[in-house]
Write a protein that binds this ligand. Structure first.
Ligand code: MOS
Length: 748
């Protein structure tokens, strides 16, 4: 990491997390850490079949067990309400069926009852004692997703199927990615505390405002009566964007019993009833001329979804703009299966899509006998050809060339198995990547206070990425107030509504609102500095004053000559100069003042080196080089950390992670962290992270885009291509397994 300070600006500095001490000392309060007098524990009873109906539910024995307060089911839990559809995510759930709504079981682990007791152990014992009989049918968890599925066109230009057929060189292959679990360290949890007709919900949420709105509508009480609190999150990865059915169960049980109720999902439940990345199947047809110029891409994909919900994993998100190609057809299909409802997981859509697209490009490069990096450079896109609009800022070519230099790509020899080092075979792979950049609505307040501190209040949340820290940095940049004097108050829906922490968009969403609030708060201090005969700058105009390093000074004089702002406030007996900031959501459509449409994405080039020892079937990932074009970087420490973490997730996706469903009962068979294998430190190679900083002039005043998901996007394809280069085996079905490689290369 480049840790050099930038003189004069805290933006970009590798400032350590301001909430770091709370985390390492164990004082940061995660949802399940909240306890209240008289609190009860709730444990769901989960269906043990994957398809069928409940024949009978016998709670009699469970109800008589020690400490048991209630066993809830469809007949006694009370009423929940569905959400009216909305055009944005002001309210949202991915699993739309209300808990206990009917007697039909559509996925293994679906909640059929809820045990509530004085202790966790009593509730667990009671849940286990609820006797459920089923009319069982065979679940449909078939892995082939294409059969019988209707494809809908997502993007189209030219006549891609015809031009593909006519093209000189063709690749026509099918790629699959498996279902994945978010595998967050902190499981989902809800602690519900009622007071009269109002409820406070401690929740592990990436979007407390949406969560508050959603819970109010589903519980049937006014928004003002619901408060959601999320101070710290042990990662979300998309799984905690929207409320799940257990949230309603906890809230309802607490209301019914008049006591606080805590419900923490067991790890096993995290694989069923709280979302996952769906399995995908993607047929890629890419046509090119002999010189490597792309002529056509047809990307037909399907993903599995639950029986009742149409969750679309938009695998074609990057396909229509990443490279220049005149003919493109992208179609999507849904395969309904007896699985829990999928949801967003880190880089939803684009990440599995890029595995297929970038793998197919590597296959094309082999067929063309063109270097895979060179192939990408030859097909760089000047504009977003899918939307036919310019990019706000795109430097993918520079990512490739900078990365190639860092990686040493010029040394690559193209032949399979042709590169050796210390007696082992090396494989080198490269992939390009993009990830959307948008802005959510954001409101916040900034208080400059007479005690020399500043306070920001915003109903957003820090999902572990550094939101507390970057907000403090932005305030410090504008005011010169030092970080330890800046209080960042987030994670409470009672605060002004802030952005969702999703899609790597929270930081970019906050910039303009904070900038506006800081300008207005400073303006109030400057007015105060000139107001009245006794004011320190009496007789001057606020316009002639400036605010820097926490001081008010005359513009033509140095800032050291100024007066600390808190002195000005104190002298006038003013406690707070407060200002509100607000910025509107922007989904690539309108930017002020240009009113020009721009395609907004972050870009990356990712390089991987594997080593392969066929005699002992040992595959190792040696190193990763990743170059990211994400606009201006606000904190190089947290941003680098985001990319490193995402790369590790990409390693997991490439080499380990998959949920396997039991065809007999639809159960995820590896629903625990022993059998659901994740990349660990031992699997994580040295990761070289470089940001090429070109501020994006369209997204916000700092030019900062998001830096989370982009770090993962090209990794699986880069690794799979490196594996091909080393072994001659093209793995098109993730994860890459050793047994895939135990095939003589000649037959692969
Ligand atoms: Mo993102 S899918 O909210 O990690």
């Amino acid at each position: 990491m480049d840790t050099t300070e930038r003189p004069g600006s805290i933006i970009g500095s590798p400032v350590p997390r301001v909430d770091g001490p709370l985390k390492v000392s164990g004082t940061a309060m995660y949802t399940a850490d909240h306890s209240f007098p008289g609190m009860l524990y709730a444990v769901p009873v989960c269906a043990t079949i994957g398809n069928g109906t409940i024949a009978s539910l016998d709670t009699a024995a469970a109800e008589k067990m020690p400490g048991v307060k209630a066993i809830y089911h469809g007949g006694n839990i009370g009423k929940f309400f569905r959400l009216a559809p909305s055009k944005d995510s002001s309210t949202k759930v991915d699993e739309k069926r209300l808990p206990f709504e009917d007697d039909v079981i559509r996925y293994h682990g679906q909640y059929v009852a809820l045990a509530v007791a004085s202790t966790l152990e009593q509730a667990q014992a009671a849940a286990a004692a609820v006797k459920v009989d089923y009319h069982e049918e065979k679940p449909d968890v078939r892995e082939d997703l294409a059969a019988g599925v209707e494809q809908k066109t997502k993007s189209e230009r030219g006549d891609a199927p015809a031009e593909f057929s006519k093209s000189e060189v063709q690749v026509d292959q099918t790629y699959t990615t498996p279902a994945e679990s978010h595998a967050v360290i902190e499981p989902h949890a809800t602690v519900a505390v009622w007071e009269g007709n109002s409820v406070t919900l401690y929740e592990s949420s990436q979007a407390i405002v949406t969560y508050r709105n959603t819970m109010s509508e589903m519980l049937g009480i006014p928004k003002e009566n619901v408060r959601a609190i999320t101070k710290f999150i042990g990662s979300g990865f998309g799984g905690k964007l929207w409320a799940w059915t257990h949230c309603l169960l906890a809230a309802s049980a607490a209301r019914n019993l008049g006591k606080p109720v805590k419900l923490v999902l067991a790890r096993k439940m995290m694989f069923n009833s709280a979302g996952h990345r769906p399995a995908t199947q993607q047929r890629l047809r890419i046509g090119a001329a002999r010189d490597g110029k792309l002529t056509a891409i047809v990307h037909d994909f399907q993903n599995h979804t639950s029986i009742l919900d149409d969750y679309v994993e938009n695998c074609g998100e990057a396909t229509d703009h990443l490279y220049s190609v005149p003919n493109v057809l992208i179609t999507a299909g849904l395969a309904h299966r007896n699985v829990g409802t999928p949801t967003s997981m880190r880089g939803p859509g684009a990440v599995p899509g890029l595995f297929a697209l970038e793998s197919a490009l590597d296959e094309l490069a082999v067929k063309l006998n063109i270097d895979p990096l060179e192939l990408r450079l030859r097909n760089d896109a000047e504009i977003d050809e899918g939307k036919k609009i310019p990019f706000s800022s795109r430097h993918l070519k520079e990512c490739f060339t900078v990365g190639a230099e860092k990686f040493g790509w010029a040394q690559r020899t193209p032949g399979v198995g042709s590169m050796k080092k210390d007696g082992v075979t090396l494989g080198w792979g490269v992939a390009g990547a993009s990830w959307i950049a948008f802005r959510f609505d954001c409101e916040l307040t900034l208080d400059l206070r007479a005690d020399g501190t500043a306070r920001v209040a915003c109903g957003t949340q820090d999902i572990g990425t550094g939101t507390y820290t970057v907000i403090a940095q932005m305030v410090s940049e504008k005011t010169g107030i030092s970080l330890e004097k800046i209080v960042v108050e987030i994670g409470d829906s009672a605060l002004p509504p802030g952005p969702t922490s999703g899609g790597s968009m929270a930081t970019a969403s906050i910039v303009n609102a904070l900038n506006g609030a800081a300008n207005d708060a400073i303006d109030r201090v400057l007015r105060l500095a000139t107001a009245g005969a006794n004011a320190p700058f009496a007789g001057k105009k606020p316009d002639n004053l400036a605010f820097a390093a926490g001081r008010v000074h005359e513009k033509e004089k140095p800032s050291e000559s100024g007066i600390p702002y808190e002195k000005i406030l104190k002298a006038a007996n003013v406690n707070t100069a407060s200002a509100s900031g607000k910025s509107k959501a922007m989904f690539g459509d309108i930017t002020e003042p240009e009113k020009t449409k721009r395609s907004m994405h972050s870009f990356a080039a990712q390089f991987a080196e594997v080593s392969w020892q066929p005699e002992i079937a040992r595959l190792r990932l040696n190193r990763v080089v990743t170059v990211v074009d994400a606009g201006r970087i606000i904190n190089r420490r947290t941003a680098t950390n985001q990319i490193q973490g995402a790369v590790v997730m990409g390693v997991g996706m490439a080499m380990f992670e998959h949920i396997r469903y039991d065809s007999r009962n639809g159960a995820p068979m590896n629903s625990n962290l022993a059998d659901y294998v994740l990349a660990t430190h031992a699997d994580s190679p040295p990761i070289d992270v470089t940001f090429i900083e070109h501020p994006d002039p369209y997204l916000n005043v700092l030019g900062a885009r998001g830096v989370g998901e982009i770090g993962l996007a090209g990794i699986p394809a880069a690794i799979a291509s490196a594996v091909y280069h080393a072994t001659g085996v093209r793995v098109r079905n993730l994860p890459i397994k050793i047994e895939d490689l135990l095939v003589p290369a000649a037959t692969a």
